[in-house]
Design a protein around this ligand. Structure first.
Ligand SMILES: [Zn+2]
Length: 182
């Protein structure tokens, strides 16, 4: 059975909800809470507006950056960067893509500025719903997510362990590749 979420728990994972990063069952639980809690609903609407505003300002910047980014190659490179930026920040790219984006960021000042903007935006986003202590925020969100999944059976748990091992190895490979690259 699905557990009920408290306002505090919803606050801790709301940004993941907005970014579509939660499992289906957790998504449902958050939606259920938002539908029945005006306070959290209002906060969520506020957050959504903030995200829309940010996306709009990024798109407006794209129009002007066309004049600055001159060559076709640079334009294509920049488009690729834009497309992958969010995945890059969330560590969702493979090591080859990761290095490409890193390289674009270094060679293209506009891309670098976007990356910095995106970083600070993500920071604001994930700080805006702080209900508990700031430094515990990220861990608290993880705790909530883990708690919601604690009913999972052993097969799934060992699968999670395998997944974790896979990502640990992948991280080592990426670090190695980055060192080689630079
Ligand atoms: Zn609430």
């Amino acid at each position: 059975m699905q557990k009920e979420l408290t306002c505090e728990q919803v606050g801790a994972i709301i940004t993941f909800y907005l970014e579509g990063k939660l499992s289906d069952s957790l998504k449902k639980a958050v939606k259920k809470h938002l539908d029945s809690c005006p306070e959290c609903h209002a906060k969520f609407e506020e957050l959504k507006q903030m995200v829309n505003y940010f996306e709009k300002s990024i798109n407006e910047k794209n129009d002007t950056s066309d004049d600055i980014v001159k060559s076709e190659y640079q334009k294509r490179q920049y488009a690729e960067f834009k497309y992958n930026l969010s995945a890059y920040l969330d560590n969702e790219l493979d090591d080859k893509e990761n290095i490409r984006i890193k390289k674009i960021t270094i060679s293209n000042p506009i891309a670098r500025k976007d990356l910095e903007d995106m970083y600070s935006f993500k920071k604001i986003l994930h700080n805006s719903f702080d209900i508990t202590k700031n430094e515990l925020k990220q861990d608290f969100a993880k705790t909530v997510i883990n708690e919601m999944h604690e009913h999972k059976n052993n097969t799934e748990i060992s699968f999670q362990k395998l997944t974790f091992a896979f990502f640990a190895i992948l991280t080592l490979i990426i670090i190695g590749a980055i060192k080689l690259w630079f």
